[in-house]
Design a protein around this ligand. Structure first.
Ligand code: DGT
Ligand code: CA
Ligand code: CA
Ligand code: ZN
Length: 575
């Protein structure tokens, strides 16, 4: 088991102990053990081999043994017994956004509740509102949290959905009966979250294909098994549909099941206006049986038949793409291989896992000309944020890497500086001025009113040292709601102050939301696709950020980190 997985288990143990109402010192021991692992500078395997794990600050004797056991992939009966000792409904309640272990324990003790249904009942009956420490407001929060949990559990991050879908797609394509296969639906449109997977295959011999599909590993339940359509649910909760169509219908079916509904409605009315009727089976003349074409090879031809330029799936949301395709005004969307570097990355100086040199080497291996490192600032103490002295030390280390001659990839020195509650920045101006660039982010006081939060962020944007705004709303998709903020005002302030708003590319974030970008870029706002990498493997998330940029109609001109190093340097020196 690797360090990340072990750290997750230590955290889980702390939470379960809290649920059980265990000794606070014991709980804290697991929490600090988790933190110590997360910020470990040395290789865990080496520490264990050299019997030095117990010397690490924050890791006591009891934890040392458990970490060694987990690292060796051996069973940990303590953990299994702990899990078994807790009512399952209470563990399930942890999935309710905004409800922590301490509160669940209190509710369980006072009201004897054991399931989420019980919890709903005592919230609605007024019993919770009367408990000390809870009020009408927290009841409201719990009830909306229960609703969110239901909605969230039905959807999946695009990244996870794609990881499930790709091997299935390869498997389909390798079957002898399959002529062509594609993933359709929201996955193909690169939506940030996906409800279910949709596969379309072309074949005149569907049965063996369907048998293969319902026999996939990790299938929990087959909910449909026919000749044209089969549906199933995996153990992960993810659901998938497969449709097998005759080869001459493939392009029409692919287009139809890619959607979105709004796009399909616009396409059908476009077809009608030209005297056709369009469906998942084909394109007919008027309402007659006769097909307008026998068969077509690809979607380009379908759009051409309707006198439209090709609309890439990312833009098929019914947001004006047909009009733009008719007028020949579709944008030339940014692509991942146009990126020349990335700016928002962490090293082990704060909560990242790799050194400056490792991050630089990995960026160079990806073909990038530059990277920016931006560790946390001191207010993010839980992430081991840097104070002024450590920032200045980091600047020197980065300069040394740049002059070492070891890398062609240039390193820009930056910081992810906390925006404090009042909108001031977490570090002294004279320190910020020494950096090449500054990302400013909110990591605390999420519950301000929209007015206060907007003013707070705008004040940070107006700071002369600010280069970029990090993750505008703080949302974690399917986990944490965005904080309230007035997008329009923040966007206008960013443009007025020459501040870039990042596209945080982490699959949980994708923040600022793609829905705002077309208009914002039209007004002149720049973005930077920032992977928020906490290790070298985090760089790959730029792909998710690029998906979101494309959904937001962005071209390379609007994406700062597609610029050449000379142009980037000139921009950073000027601002
Ligand atoms: P999802 O799965 O909720 O993330 O979203 P989609 O877009 O993948 O939706 P899904 O799986 O229900 O259906 C895939 C596409 O098929 C959808 O975008 C449009 C088309 N489609 C499916 N059912 C209907 C329908 O009843 N009416 C219309 N107009 N289109 C449909
Ligand atoms: Ca779907
Ligand atoms: Ca579906
Ligand atoms: Zn951050």
């Amino acid at each position: 088991m690797d360090k990340g997985a072990i750290s997750d288990i230590l955290g889980e143990i702390a939470t379960l102990l809290e649920l059980r109402g265990d000794n606070p010192f014991k709980i804290r021991a697991y929490q600090s053990g988790q933190r110590a692992l997360d910020t470990l500078d040395e290789d865990l395997g080496t520490l264990i081999d050299e019997k030095r794990l117990g010397d690490v600050k924050g890791i006591g004797k009891a934890l040392t043994d458990k970490i060694i056991t987990l690292h060796a992939d051996e069973p940990l009966p303590f953990f299994d017994e702990l899990k078994a000792s807790i009512v399952p409904g209470l563990i399930e309640m942890l999935e309710i956004p905004g409800l922590g272990a301490k509160k669940i324990k209190k509710l369980h003790d006072a009201l004897k509740i054991a399931t989420i249904d019980d919890l709903t009942r005592v919230c609605e009956s007024g019993e919770v509102a009367e408990l000390a420490g809870f009020g009408a407001k927290s009841v409201e929060k719990i009830l909306s949290g229960i609703k969110n949990r239901e909605a969230y559990s039905k959807r999946h991050l695009w990244w996870a959905a794609n990881e499930t879908a790709q091997p299935i797609l390869e498997g389909l394509r390798s079957l002898p009966q399959v002529e062509r296969a594609e993933a359709a639906g929201s996955l193909r449109r690169k939506m940030e979250t996906v409800g279910d997977l949709d596969f379309i295959a072309a074949s005149n011999d569907p049965e063996p294909i369907m048998d293969w599909f319902v026999g996939l590993p990790d299938v929990q339940e087959v909910t449909g098994h026919g000749k044209t359509k089969s549906s199933l649910r995996f153990e992960s909760g993810m659901q998938a549909d497969l449709r097998v169509v005759p080869p001459e219908q493939f392009v029409f079916a692919l287009h139809h099941f890619t959607g979105s509904k709004d796009h399909n409605v616009a396409m059908r009315s476009r077809a009608l206006s030209l005297g056709y009727s369009l469906s998942e089976w084909g394109l007919r003349k008027d309402d007659r049986e006769e097909m307008a074409v026998d068969s077509i090879d690809d979607e380009e031809q379908l759009f051409k038949l309707l006198n439209l330029h090709f609309v890439t799936p990312e833009l098929r949301e019914g947001l004006g793409e047909i009009e733009a395709a008719e007028a020949g005004e579709l944008p030339e969307l940014v692509e991942v291989d146009q990126l020349k570097g990335v700016f928002h990355n962490h090293t082990h100086a704060s909560d990242g896992e790799n050194s400056i040199e490792e991050m630089t080497q990995a960026a160079q291996d990806l073909g990038w000309d530059y990277i920016g490192l931006a560790d946390h600032s001191k207010a993010s103490f839980q992430a081991n944020g840097l104070d002024e002295a450590r920032v200045e030390e980091q600047i020197k280390k980065i300069a040394a890497v740049n002059t070492s001659g070891k890398f062609d990839c240039h390193v820009f020195s930056g910081i992810e500086c906390d925006i404090l509650k009042d909108g001031s920045l977490d570090l002294a101006d004279e320190t910020l001025e020494k950096l090449d660039y500054v990302v400013v982010s909110v990591h605390s006081s999420f519950t301000l009113s929209e007015e206060e939060m907007t003013a707070r962020i705008i004040r940070a944007i107006e700071h002369p040292c600010t280069t970029m705004l990090g993750h505008l709303t703080g949302r974690l998709l399917l986990k944490r709601e965005p904080y309230k903020v007035n997008f329009e005002k923040v966007i206008d302030a960013a443009i007025a102050n020459n501040v870039i708003i990042e596209m945080n590319a982490h699959p949980w974030r994708l923040d600022m939301d793609w829905r705002h970008w077309r208009k914002a870029a039209g007004k002149g706002l720049l973005t930077s696709v920032n992977p928020d990498a906490h290790s070298v493997s985090g760089y790959k998330y730029v792909a998710a950020g690029i998906n979101a940029c494309r959904k937001g109609w962005l071209t390379a001109d609007s994406v700062f980190n597609t610029w050449s190093i000379e142009k980037v340097r000139a921009y950073l020196e000027k601002s």
